[in-house]
Design a protein around this ligand. Structure first.
Ligand SMILES: Nc1nc2c(ncn2[C@@H]2O[C@H](COP(=O)(O)OP(=O)(O)O)[C@@H](O)[C@H]2O)c(=O)[nH]1
Ligand SMILES: [Mg+2]
Length: 350
C-alpha cells in the first residue's frame, strides 16, 4: 500500500479494511517467525507490530530519564496535580490515562488473583509515593505490589481512544527500565521528555537511537523541559545541541511544565504564556486528531516491511551456511570450537 493511498484514506471503513489486511499479513509473518530462533530486537519488533495492529487504542508514551518532568507534564495537560511528581523516585508502575466523564483511579496488582481496586483519585499519591524512610538505603529493592494504574479523566485530548502513558524513569534502575521498555512495545507514539539543564546525556541519546528509532517510532515529540531555568541567550545553544545530536526535529518544544501546571491551577495567564506550553499542547492535539489513524497504519506497514526484509536476510544467511558447508564440515567446526574452549578453560584454571 503506497503512502499516497493512506493520505487519501478518509472513511473509518477504509481504515478498518486496511487494518484487517495488515493484521492478516502480520499473522502470516508470525507463523514463519515461529519456526526460527529470533534475536531480542526481532522479537521486540514482532511484539510491537502485533500490539499496534490489534489494539483499537492509540497509546502515547511519555518517556525519559529520572526527574525530567514526565509526570509534571501530564499533570500540566490535566491542569491538576493528579500524578505524584517529585524529585524522589516513585513506585515503578505504568500509569495509563484514558478518557472518562468523571475522574477515577483503578489499581491493578501484580498478583493476577488480586482484583483491581478503585481508589479515590486524590489518594493516588499515597499509593505511588515511596515513603521517605525506604529510599535512604537502596530504593531499587523496593518492589511494589501494584503493576499498573488506570486513570479516567475528562481530558479532550484523550477522546477517540487516545491513551497517555506515564512511565517509570529510564536508567534509574533495571526494574524501572525493563517495565518501561516492555510497555513501549505496546505504544504507537512517544513524547521524549528532556531537561534543558542536562540536555541529551549519552544514555538519552543511546536510548533514542537504539530503542525508539530501532522500534520504528518516527513521529516523536521532543519536549525540552525546565524552560524556566534557562535564559533567552541559552536557547540557541540548546537548539544547536538538539540539531547536532538528533538532526532537525520538527516537533520539538522548549517548555516549562512546572509553570504550565501552576498557571492552569491558579488561572495565571501570564505564567501560562511564559511556560510556552500551549504550542506543544496544540500540536499534540492536532497530531492526535488528524494523524493518529494514519500513523497506526504507516508504522505497522513500516515495521512489517522492515521485519520481512530482515527475516529474508536472516534466512538467506542460514541458507548460505547450509549451501556452502556440508553437515560434516559444520560438525567438524563445532568439534574444533569445543576443543579450543576446553583448552581455554583448562589453561585459565591453571
Ligand atoms: N523548575 C522546573 N521544575 C520542574 C519542571 N518540571 C518538573 N519539575 C520538577 O522536577 C521534579 C521531578 O518532576 P517529575 O514530574 O516527578 O519527573 P519525572 O520523574 O520525570 O516524572 C519535581 O520536583 C517537579 O516539580 C519544570 O519545567 N521546571
Ligand atoms: Mg514520574
Amino acid at each position: 500500500m503506497s503512502s499516497a493511498v493512506i493520505d487519501t484514506m478518509t472513511t473509518y471503513e477504509e481504515f478498518n479494511e486496511l487494518r484487517e489486511k495488515i493484521k492478516n499479513q502480520v499473522s502470516s509473518v508470525k507463523k514463519i517467525s515461529d519456526e526460527i530462533e529470533l534475536s531480542e530486537s526481532f522479537r521486540n519488533n514482532l511484539e510491537r507490530m502485533e500490539h499496534i495492529v490489534a489494539s483499537e487504542m492509540f497509546k502515547v508514551m511519555v518517556i525519559g530519564s529520572f526527574s525530567r518532568g514526565k509526570s509534571t507534564l501530564i499533570n500540566a495537560l490535566l491542569g491538576e496535580k493528579i500524578l505524584p511528581a517529585k524529585l524522589t523516585p516513585t513506585t515503578a508502575v505504568i500509569t495509563i490515562l484514558k478518557y472518562g466523564p468523571t475522574p477515577r483511579a483503578i489499581l491493578y496488582y501484580k498478583e493476577k488473583l488480586d482484583e483491581p481496586v478503585e481508589i479515590p483519585i486524590e489518594q493516588l499519591k499515597q499509593y505511588l509515593e515511596i515513603p521517605r524512610s525506604y529510599y535512604k538505603n537502596d530504593d531499587s529493592r523496593i518492589s511494589s505490589s501494584i503493576e499498573m494504574v488506570e486513570i479516567y479523566y475528562p481530558l479532550d485530548l484523550c477522546k477517540n481512544g487516545v491513551e497517555i502513558v506515564d512511565s517509570p524513569g529510564l536508567e534509574e534502575d533495571e526494574v524501572r527500565q525493563r517495565i518501561t521498555l516492555q510497555f513501549l512495545n505496546k505504544c504507537d507514539a512517544a513524547i521524549v521528555v528532556l531537561s534543558c539543564l542536562q540536555l541529551l546525556t549519552l544514555p538519552e541519546e543511546h536510548f533514542i537511537r537504539e530503542e525508539l528509532l530501532q522500534r520504528g517510532f518516527d513521529h516523536l515529540f521532543y519536549v525540552l523541559n525546565y524552560g524556566d531555568s534557562v535564559t533567552k541567550d541559552d536557547e540557541d545553544d540548546l537548539w544547536d545541541r538538539v540539531t547536532s545530536k538528533l538532526g532537525k526535529q520538527e516537533r520539538s518544544f522548549l517548555v516549562s511544565s512546572k509553570y504550565a501546571l501552576q498557571g492552569k491551577l491558579t488561572n495565571d495567564q501570564v505564567l501560562l504564556q511564559e511556560s510556552n506550553f500551549m504550542p506543544f499542547e496544540l500540536e499534540l492535539e492536532n497530531f492526535l486528531v488528524r494523524e493518529s489513524g494514519k500513523v497506526k497504519i504507516k508504522s505497522s506497514q513500516k515495521i512489517l516491511m522492515q521485519f520481512i526484509n530482515d527475516l529474508i536476510e536472516l534466512l538467506n544467511i542460514k541458507l548460505n551456511i547450509l549451501e556452502k558447508s556440508k553437515l560434516e564440515d559444520l560438525e567438524h567446526l563445532e568439534k574444533n570450537s569445543l576443543f579450543v574452549r576446553n583448552q581455554f578453560l583448562k589453561e585459565r584454571n591453571m
